[in-house]
Ligand binder design. Structure first.
Ligand code: SF4
Length: 879
């Protein structure tokens, strides 16, 4: 550690919202530790959080304003954005413009964007990429509770006697919560965990039950549970006074036989789950994208909420439905109304008094009075030329939206496209104006995590180039549109005070989102603000858990039980499209890799875009083959990875890869654009597809000290390695010898190359040694069964290449004959081989393996995988 003090801030990745201590150690590095007093993580971090200090380089940063790809002044760039928006609105009306924003924004940025669009541009066409992540939960909460409220807190996960994890790979996507759950189970082994997911994920390791449900059928499972609870007398008669429409909801209940047929489960396992749920008062049902990302996402949310309402298991220690958000500030966006159907401070479009309140508060005569377009519809409107001017802020819709080719075409077709971002992204390629925003570590404001805790994200680095805060950029455009007085903030604290004041305005308790107690923080108090859970009303006492004694913000004060008849996914499988594609996240990557793509460490776990398939579904397809996954909407080419934990008939692919890392691996091109009719959230978990071999003529790889980029071959995955070395996985059509020669030629002059060519066997190998060090190696063959890369990668760290290694280089085998091993513990650099050896030597628990190898002893994200190896090796032991 340097002498510089550590700055308390918040992790920019997932909705757990862990507190981080960051101490800058250079212009592009910082030492990172978990904040021991932050209530989300109490010092823990996952592997992504631990590696944050390695993601601060200026590689791929957008540093200066640009107009038409050329550097411009801030004044010219802002002036052009304002002029285009003003002219477009004047000619085509306010709904001809739109903003598309991000759950990565700080609340203050989000507030400014929403105020500009809805208050002053006069359009509600402002939607967030949070639409893709949790808008079904928002809609479900509003239907049931009358307001978008998460009633539960993280401590409930530790206090529960039964934890039901639905559509949530918690171990990978919310790892610190998984660590908290694992620690609670270690001290209280009676706690039970049930995982409901079509895939046997890392979260299932150690679970008491895994229900491998058919994708998209959760509504039927929970409607059946509702009926079971009612019929077995488990309804809470006292809590019934806080409920309405109970009979309507019960009428949509399902028999166990029905549920088994729809969900593809055995009746016995359904009954076992139902009885466990029915007999355990302290139950938390935690759900995430597997529930939300569905054409029936809102009904799934309400089906889950219904069983908690019926049993009164809500707002009590260790009990409640719990929506976990994906992004770090999806919750903050919900508070300021940065979805097209929401208004700031949980005000409602449908209430004239709320519109009047907001119009007065903002002095905004131009206030939008009707909801705007939701993400997928918004981009369809851009493609159709109805939305003519678009401003994308802090997100990469070209990669993250479903039907990705349509999204790309829409961006390219927009009459005017402005992008504000800290990074160069796929979406920015066709932008007319690009505006450099500050990144994590530079910007300053607040975020809200999944348990309603508002935390400060603080600056600890000087912004590079001419990067500016997002709120400043928005305010400058507003000023150029003639609204300077309403956007005359001098800092983020002033925006926060305005936001907090609005939350308490004309709020007599009718809106639970009330943080007016924070409205009087001065700049110094805002700077020092500790994590604070809302509600924080100025006039009454704040409660941690909500609804334990009713008190719902509905006209009747009672919660609504919503009938949830089962609907099949929007696009069923067919003879032509026989498999279901599920997309999701990996343990060590985040969104479109703009940050995690900067650290080699985070590529060790899964380096290429993969397609997980059950080997029995496609017996001809081998592990490591390239496969095309194709749907009626588009396709991607991915590396096959066998996974017997998948439900038969499903395939899984991660959504992270961009044109920068693997243009062909962008699987969102194939994802269907079906959305939930209420929330507009896309159905990322159910796209009918076909899978076939990619049928490439040649495969290869190049390890180089110079980045060749993802256009180095027809199909190319770029993988950063330690020490400024890059691995490029390559494949294409045509002659393997020509492809090999072209790649070698792209690396420069002929000096220092050794080569081995065997055209008859289809073997082409070359290695370049310069100044005694390995500079590059290029291997090409007829299929993907090329020499192992791991030991070749190790050679790049050597100061000189020994004679034995030179011989081994072209032979494609390491000199000592040892086999490569996949990386399991990225933090401590421990591979599967070392873990297997420790288990074989007698380590019989994850903790014992950790003691012997150090694997899993830092962030703990790999512990489920260590557990899986333990289980696998125990199974293989002779009886
Ligand atoms: Fe960041 Fe990991 Fe915590 Fe999520 S769980 S906030 S990614 S450290």
């Amino acid at each position: 550690m340097t002498d510089a003090p550590a700055v308390r801030t918040t992790c920019p990745y997932c909705g757990v919202g862990c507190g981080v201590l960051a101490r800058p150690t250079g212009p592009e590095f910082a030492e990172i530790a978990g904040d021991p007093v932050h209530p989300a993580n109490f010092g823990r971090l996952c592997v992504k959080g631990t590696a944050l200090g390695e993601t601060l380089s200026l590689q791929n940063r957008l540093l200066y304003p640009e107009i038409a790809g050329a550097r411009a002044s801030w004044d010219d760039a802002l002036g052009l954005v304002a002029a285009k928006f003003r002219d477009t609105i004047a000619e085509h009306g306010p709904d001809s413009v739109a903003l598309y924003v991000s759950g990565q924004l700080l609340t203050e940025d989000y507030y400014a964007a929403n105020k500009l669009a809805k208050g002053f541009l006069g359009t509600a066409n402002i939607d967030s990429n949070s639409r893709l992540c949790m808008s079904s939960a928002v809609a479900g909460h509003r239907r049931a509770f009358g307001e978008d409220i998460v009633p539960t807190v993280y401590e409930d996960l530790e206090l529960a006697d039964l934890l039901v994890l639905v559509g949530s790979n918690t171990a990978w996507c919310h790892p610190v919560l998984f660590q908290r759950i694992a620690a609670a189970r270690a001290t209280r082994p009676t706690m039970r965990v049930v995982v409901i997911d079509p895939r046997r994920t890392a979260t299932c390791e150690g679970a008491d039950m895994h229900l491998a449900i058919a994708p998209g059928t959760d509504v039927a499972l929970f409607a059946g549970l509702l009926r079971y609870l009612h019929r077995s007398g488990r309804a809470d008669r006292t809590y019934a006074a806080h409920l309405e429409d109970v009979d309507d909801a019960l009428a949509a209940g399902r028999t166990v036989a029905d549920v088994a047929a729809i969900c593809g489960l055995r009746q016995s396992e359904i009954t076992k789950f139902y009885e466990l749920f029915a007999s355990t008062a302290k139950t938390v049902t935690m759900f995430s994208q597997g529930v939300n990302q569905s054409s029936a996402g809102v009904d799934k949310v309400n089906a889950i909420i219904n069983v908690h309402l019926l049993t009164g298991r809500i707002g009590k220690p260790g009990a409640g439905p719990f929506s976990i958000t994906g992004q770090p500030n999806a919750m903050g966006g919900r508070e300021v109304g940065a979805l097209s159907n929401l208004l700031a401070a949980h005000l409602e479009f449908g209430r004239a008094s709320d519109l009047a309140l907001l119009r007065d508060f903002w002095s905004a005569p131009n206030l939008a009075t009707n909801p705007g377009l939701k993400a997928v519809s918004l981009f369809e409107a851009v493609a159709a030329g109805k939305v003519r001017a678009l401003w994308v802020i802090g997100t990469n819709p070209a990669v993250s939206l479903p039907n990705g080719d349509m999204a790309r075409a829409a961006l390219a077709k927009a009459e005017f496209l402005a992008i504000s971002d800290c990074a160069n992204t796929d979406s920015g390629m066709s932008a007319h104006v690009r505006l450099p925003a500050q990144a994590w570590g530079e910007k300053d404001g607040t975020v809200t995590n999944s348990e309603r805790v508002i935390s400060r994200q603080r600056s600890f680095l000087s912004p590079p180039g001419e990067a500016r805060p997002d709120w400043w950029i928005i305010a400058q455009v507003a000023a150029r549109l003639g609204h300077g007085a309403a956007f005359a903030w001098r800092n983020a604290a002033e925006i926060f005070r305005e936001h907090a004041t609005l939350s308490g305005t004309q709020n007599d308790g009718s809106r639970l989102f009330d943080i007016s107690a924070l409205a009087r923080l001065n700049d110094a108090e805002y700077e020092a603000m500790k994590p604070a859970r809302w509600p924080r009303p100025a006039k009454s006492i704040a409660l941690s858990r909500l609804f334990g004694r009713g008190g719902f913000p509905t006209p009747s004060g009672r919660a609504r039980m919503v009938p949830t008849p089962y609907r099949a996914p929007a696009n069923p499988v067919s003879v032509e499209w026989p498999l279901v594609l599920i997309t999701g996240r990996l343990r060590d990557q985040w969104h479109t890799m703009t940050r995690t793509g900067k650290t080699a460490r985070l590529f060790r776990h899964i380096p290429e875009p993969v397609l997980a398939i059950h080997p029995d579904d496609m017996p001809a397809m081998e592990d490591g083959d390239l496969a095309v996954v194709e749907s009626p909407w588009g396709s991607g080419t991915l590396r096959v990875r066998h996974d017997r934990g998948l439900r038969r008939g499903t395939v899984f692919a991660p959504m992270h890869w961009t044109a920068e890392f693997c243009a062909g691996g962008r699987v969102n091109s194939a994802v269907n654009p079906a959305v939930d009719p209420l929330s507009g959230q896309p159905e990322f978990k159910h796209t009918p597809v076909q899978v076939r071999p990619a049928a490439m003529d040649w495969h290869g790889f190049a390890l180089t000290r110079r980045l060749l980029g993802s256009k180095a071959a027809e199909w190319c995955a770029v993988i950063p390695l330690e020490g400024q070395v890059w691995r490029h996985e390559l494949a294409g059509h045509g002659d393997a010898a020509d492809a090999h020669a072209a790649t070698v030629a792209s690396l420069g002059g002929p000096d220092g190359w050794m080569s081995l060519r065997d055209p008859a066997a289809g073997i082409f190998r070359a290695a370049q040694v310069q100044d005694g060090r390995l500079a590059a190696c290029v291997f090409t063959g007829r299929n993907h069964l090329l020499p192992a890369r791991d030991w070749l990668m190790e050679l790049f760290a050597h100061e000189s290449i020994e004679i034995a290694d030179r011989r081994a280089l072209l032979a494609g085998r390491r000199a000592d004959g040892a086999a490569p091993e996949p990386s399991i513990c990225v933090c401590m650099g421990v591979g599967a081989g070392a873990i297997r050896a420790a288990i074989a030597a007698g380590c019989d628990s994850v903790a014992a393996v950790g003691k012997a190898t150090t694997a899993g002893t830092n962030c703990g994200s790999c512990r489920p995988e260590i557990g899986a190896i333990l289980t696998e090796m125990r199974v293989k032991e002779p009886a």
